[in-house]
Design a protein. Structure first.
Length: 533
């Protein structure tokens, strides 16, 4: 059998099997549990994006990663196994995400209504057509909403959610109730580098241009209506309903106007399911074609010799609390659990709104200084979104591996919490009215301590040189990004870093003595054993 056919059979076919099972399997389960049976209720962002992005890693790491290791993927600075896994992950996750939007549209039923009053008499469906209606542009509700996005929170997003009451006729506007509202969203993205006054100016311009568009637009021109699913946008529309001054906001239905024919609602999503997968699958096939086999690993597989995946086992081991590495995984799990609870509470996934973060304990000078000092601590366990929490937990995992065994559980925990609180104090000292969250201040405290110990040579020379360089690059890069004005709370970073560095300088002598005493005990023990022999 040729080398290419071996790669196809041993590596590519398992990838195809995982993809062919996962993409339709997840889509079917989503349809069964969330659309047909309606057993669970989660935000669309989680079901259509979050889970399809996260779940493919399970079969890829368990079944495909050992097959990828059959290839020689070594390069100067490591190997390319992770790159190959990422490409395989994208080839599966991308079409799965597209498939979720297709299944939503394809299975959505269209209910024909004579007037909007009939909506309560029919089973709830995704789409509606409406024969007789009156859209009132005077009795509207408006809700402004703001959030940040981007890898370094560099974007500031402004939303205006507008709802217009849908009535059977103009005479119904005298009623105090409204069953359904027509939704319209205005959106603009600006740089988060702007100061508060510049942001306010940009918002006023945005609001003025939105008002002009609203005044000119005829909202009564639509073909059918799309009932918005549980999402952050729906939350914005519901707040707009509450803000209206004329109608009671009792379990309102939010409908979005659609101007294209109902038959065209799915667009080209069905074709893109196969197109997205085909592109990724071809790229991955090309990637496995070039490397040669690792003959030793190939021989073990063909001979039926079971090899233990020690790298994966070691990685999993680092996720479990154990002697010398107990507090770090607990801190990681605590941060992730709080994030998951916030997500399941319907607050978001990619990012959370400032109001929600404040309600959960974010650090905010006007509130903290007026008696809510507990925010100095609670804010270090909150995060602004998925990328924020993942980046911070990776940083905590890296530094915790080295520091916790050296410091011990008690000192390590105290330093983490202490530098976190100091970083929160630095934040409210520097910023007058900024909502601040994240474990990065406490993590920078650990990196500051790590840096002090590296400079004072408490680690072996080879280790110290390598990690001193990488730590300086990590710290310098993050501070530079913050100074560049990307919305990062650099005051908290610097406060944590400096306090951790000073604590490291203070602890270094005692830690060094402890190391010397331990080394002496080991040496004496070795001499005693030699004497006995």
């Amino acid at each position: 059998m040729s080398s290419f056919l071996k790669k196809f059979n041993l590596i590519y076919l398992p990838f195809l099997f995982i993809a062919i099972v996962f993409i339709p399997g997840y889509t079917f389960l989503k349809w069964l549990l969330f659309i047909n049976l309606r057993l669970f209720s989660f935000k669309d962002m989680i079901i259509n994006f979050g889970l399809p992005m996260a779940l493919p890693w399970i079969p890829l790491l368990i079944w495909l990663r050992p097959r990828i290791k059959l290839l020689r993927l070594e390069v100067k600075n490591g190997n390319l196994i992770t790159l190959y896994l990422v490409i395989a992950w994208l080839a599966i996750a991308a079409p799965t995400i597209v498939a979720q939007y297709y299944i939503d549209a394809a299975t959505g039923k269209l209910t024909a209504l004579n007037t909007i009053n009939d909506i309560a008499k029919n089973e709830e469906t995704k789409y509606y057509s409406l024969k007789n209606y009156y859209i009132d542009k005077r009795m509207i509700g408006v809700h402004p909403s703001f959030d940040v996005s981007g890898k370094y929170s560099e974007d500031f997003n402004m939303h205006l959610y507008v709802v217009l009451p849908i009535m059977a006729s103009e005479a119904d506007t005298a009623s105090k109730t409204c069953l359904a509202w027509l939704g319209a969203e205005y959106y603009k993205r600006i740089s988060n580098n702007l100061d508060e006054k510049e942001k306010e100016t940009e918002y006023q311009k945005f609001a003025a241009s939105s008002q002009v568009d609203f005044d000119q637009k005829d909202f009564s021109q639509f073909v059918y209506l799309d009932r918005i699913a549980d999402s952050e946008d729906r939350d914005g529309y519901l707040e707009a309903v509450k803000a209206n001054k004329w109608f009671a906001a009792t379990n309102p239905t939010i409908l979005l106007p659609q101007t294209e024919p109902f038959e065209a609602r799915m667009g080209k999503t069905f074709e893109w399911i196969f197109g997205a997968f085909a592109i990724g699958a071809v790229i991955w096939l090309i990637m496995i074609s070039f490397p040669t086999f690792n003959e030793e690993e190939l021989h073990k597989l063909e001979s039926g010799i079971k090899t233990e995946d020690t790298e994966l086992k070691e990685f999993v081991g680092f996720l479990l609390p154990k002697e010398g590495y107990f507090i770090t995984p607990i801190l990681i799990y605590l941060n992730i659990i709080i994030f998951i609870v916030m997500v399941t509470a319907g607050l978001g996934f990619i990012s959370f709104k400032s109001d929600d973060l404040l309600a959960w304990g974010a650090n905010y000078r006007p509130l903290t200084e007026h008696g809510e000092w507990w925010r100095l601590l609670t804010s270090i366990f909150l995060h602004g979104g998925i990328m924020h929490v993942l980046a911070n937990m990776y940083g905590l995992f890296f530094v915790g591996v080295f520091l916790e065994p050296l410091l011990g559980k008690v000192k390590y925990t105290i330093i983490y919490l202490l530098t976190g609180i100091i970083s929160s104090l630095a934040s409210i000292w520097w910023y007058e009215a900024t909502v601040s969250v994240g474990a990065s201040g406490a993590i920078f405290g650990l990196y500051g301590l790590f840096l002090a110990l590296l400079l004072l040579k408490l680690f072996p020379p080879d280790f110290g040189k390598a990690f001193l360089t990488s730590t300086l690059i990590f710290v310098g890069y993050n501070l530079f990004v913050g100074l560049a004005g990307s919305g990062i709370d650099n005051a908290a970073h610097i406060g944590g870093l400096v306090s951790g560095f000073l604590i490291g300088l203070a602890l270094a002598p005692s830690l060094k003595r402890k190391q010397e005493e331990l080394a002496a005990e080991l040496e004496n023990s070795s001499v005693s054993n030699d004497t006995i022999e």
